[in-house]
Design a protein around this ligand. Structure first.
Ligand SMILES: [Fe+2]
Length: 271
């Protein structure tokens, strides 16, 4: 398996705090069957001022430590880039790191506010030759009122990544419900851990895979955790689109006072 979203690099965002945590996370991931991890620290100007060159250096250092520790995991470069109006120029300027230096790039929307014209920005990124992968739409507090936007984006070339922990209920009932619904509707391209630690939000995949298999079957689940992530890291256009969707159902209505609406790929490539 390949994990394309993991806050594994030590001390540069709200993920792993120290090298020991990074190594423990890598051990956990390896035990789960993950062979390659994209290191994707937050990039958010003024909050997490990471940029591609620094991430690249940190990935090299951590890979050396992982190799010394005898953990069979290969790292590649990436970032969890928060929405910004200059997203394309930030990629071109070497501020935002794409996944393994491919055209695929993680795109993180705001958690609590639906941004104006996010679809225009995503289409601008597509028009510039990149493929934005929207991170954890199922965990956004505003998905209930904008579900059709995510369906339309997914049908238009924007990729969707849901969180493994959402499928197992680690983020509550709402994200679990939306993650399941997105899978059933055939709008999800990838499942990733978005892990932030070894104890808090660890890089677990196994139980989520069992859940996904029950919803979309074993072949589509392989597409979600291995085949499409591999295509991403190889910068390939050869991938199977998400499972043919069922008829999209009407979004559930929010209930007053309710929580939400019932809501190896590669040879060593780190540089
Ligand atoms: Fe993340």
């Amino acid at each position: 398996m390949i994990d394309i979203h993991c806050h594994l690099l030590p001390g540069i965002d709200d993920g792993a705090r120290h090298l020991d945590v990074s190594l423990e996370m890598a051990r956990i991931a390896a035990a789960e069957g993950v062979t390659t991890i994209a290191c994707t620290p937050h990039i958010q100007p003024g909050v997490f001022d990471n940029e591609a060159a620094g991430i690249r250096e940190a990935v090299q250092d951590l890979q050396e430590a992982i190799d010394e520790a005898g953990i069979a995991v290969t790292l590649v470069v990436g970032s969890d880039a928060h929405i910004r109006p200059d997203f394309v120029s930030a990629i071109r300027a070497g501020e935002i790191a794409t996944l393994n230096d491919t055209k695929f790039v993680l795109f993180e929307p705001p958690h609590h506010i639906a941004p104006q014209r996010m679809d225009d920005l995503l289409f601008d990124i597509l028009a510039a030759g990149y493929v934005p992968i929207v991170t954890h739409p199922e965990r956004l507090t505003w998905i209930s009122s904008h579900y059709e936007l995510f369906v339309r984006l997914s049908r238009s070339g924007v990729w969707m990544q849901i969180t493994a922990g959402s499928l197992t209920g680690s983020f509550g009932r709402g994200p679990k419900m939306w993650a399941e619904r997105m899978l059933i509707d055939g709008v999800v391209h990838v499942i990733a851990t978005d892990a932030h630690g070894a104890k808090r939000r660890p890089p677990l995949m196994h139980d989520a895979i069992r859940s996904a298999e029950r919803l979309v079957g074993p072949q589509e689940t392989r597409n979600l955790v291995s085949i499409r992530p591999r295509a991403i890291l190889l910068n390939s256009d050869e991938f199977t689109p998400p499972k043919a969707p069922c008829e999209t159902s009407q979004p559930p209505k929010a209930k007053r006072g309710a929580f939400w609406p019932m809501q190896d790929i590669l040879n060593r490539t780190a540089r």
